[in-house]
Design a protein around this ligand. Structure first.
Ligand code: 9D3
Length: 231
């Protein structure tokens, strides 16, 4: 998969993209990511990318010109059809189902907004899917882009190595995670459940599933509509 990220702050992505699962996936060429600055496509000598809203009101609005030019730049340097994603607070909510769908696309172009948002002609003039990561206000789309890339990369074949499959992850089978423990067996009087030390893998699996279901019922009953009810 290739991802182009269009942003006012490409430098925000550097350490994130070098670290952990995403960093490893990039080293293994499972994913490539290019961050491109709208600023490089500004028109005037001040390199403006935003301006005050027509009609008045607070904040600044991302201008058409640098955004359309940056988009044209990244899209003309490779073959094929990209899937365009506009990150906005009024987009479709990012869920694991949306992530799964997007993970099958070979090429994503992700547009981050900042300030009070994009000029409306960007929304209407480019055929993009609008996505939000949740109902809270961010200062810009950059953290949302990192969230989306992180969730996507985990689903790419080989990204998690051999130790664990994405299919085991929470939200994939619709249940929350079961409780996990590591050494020591007792810490400040708190003991690891005996079943996990029993060596009986059938019993351990049954216990984990029962714990996951109980936890999901208690904390996220909304997740239990049909999924995870096969046992
Ligand atoms: C006054 C209306 N505001 C919308 C709630 C304006 C506004 C605030 C913050 C417009 C854009 C932003 C910046 N946010 C994003 O670019 C963003 C976002 C978010 O704020 N929450 C959840 N998902 C996303 S994706 C991009």
């Amino acid at each position: 998969m290739h991802v182009d990220v269009l942003t006012l702050f490409p430098e925000l992505f550097a350490t994130y993209l070098e670290t952990s699962i995403v960093g490893r996936a990039r080293e293994a060429d499972i994913v490539t990511v290019d961050c491109v600055s709208y600023r490089d496509f500004a028109q005037d000598k001040h390199r403006s990318v935003d301006d005050r809203p027509f009609g008045g009101g607070p904040g600044m609005v991302l201008m058409c010109h640098p955004v359309f030019d940056a988009l044209h730049h990244v899209e003309s340097r490779r073959e094929g059809e990209p899937t365009r994603i506009l990150l906005t607070p009024q987009g479709q909510r990012l869920t694991q189902a949306v992530v799964t769908e997007l993970s099958a696309r070979p090429w994503l172009v992700v547009l981050c907004g900042h300030y009070e948002g994009f000029d409306e002609r960007i929304r209407t003039g480019i055929d993009a899917r609008e996505i939000s990561i949740g109902d809270y206000v961010l200062s810009g789309g950059e953290p949302a882009a990192m969230v989306m890339i992180d969730a996507l990369v985990r689903l790419l074949p080989g990204a998690l190595g051999h130790e664990r499959s994405a299919a085991e992850d929470s939200f994939t089978d619709g249940l929350l995670e079961y409780p996990q423990y590591t050494r020591p067996r007792a810490y400040r009087g708190m003991e690891v459940p005996d079943v996990l030390l029993s060596g009986d893998h059938g019993k351990i699996e049954a216990w984990r599933r029962e714990q996951a279901i109980a936890r999901t019922k208690h904390r996220r009953p909304d997740l239990l509509n049909g999924v995870g009810s096969s046992t």
